[in-house]
Design a protein around this ligand. Sequence first.
Ligand code: CU
Length: 103
Amino acid sequence: MYRDCKALLEAMKRLLAVLLLLAALPAGAQSMSEGEVRKVDKDAGKLTLKHGPISNLDMPPMTMVFRVKDAAMLDAVKQGDKVKFVAENVGGQIVVTKIEPAR
Ligand SMILES: [Cu+2]
């Protein structure tokens, strides 16, 4: 009986270690989505993107308006640019948290 409990405990410890490892994966491992800039609205801090599938949000390709995490991000892009970006659901709002030119 004692041995079984100990084995179970060890198994749970290993499982916990794996879960912690997964949780600690850097944000860089996050999948980036592809898109094309349709409109940049610096005053509103918004960006219109024609985007491909966004797997982490379960979103199909479409053209839509995004908020950006930091308005300064909009200085790095202009209309017509092909970009790679990360969009996240922050409190029910889709926010672009990272954007960079696609090469
Ligand atoms: Cu969309």
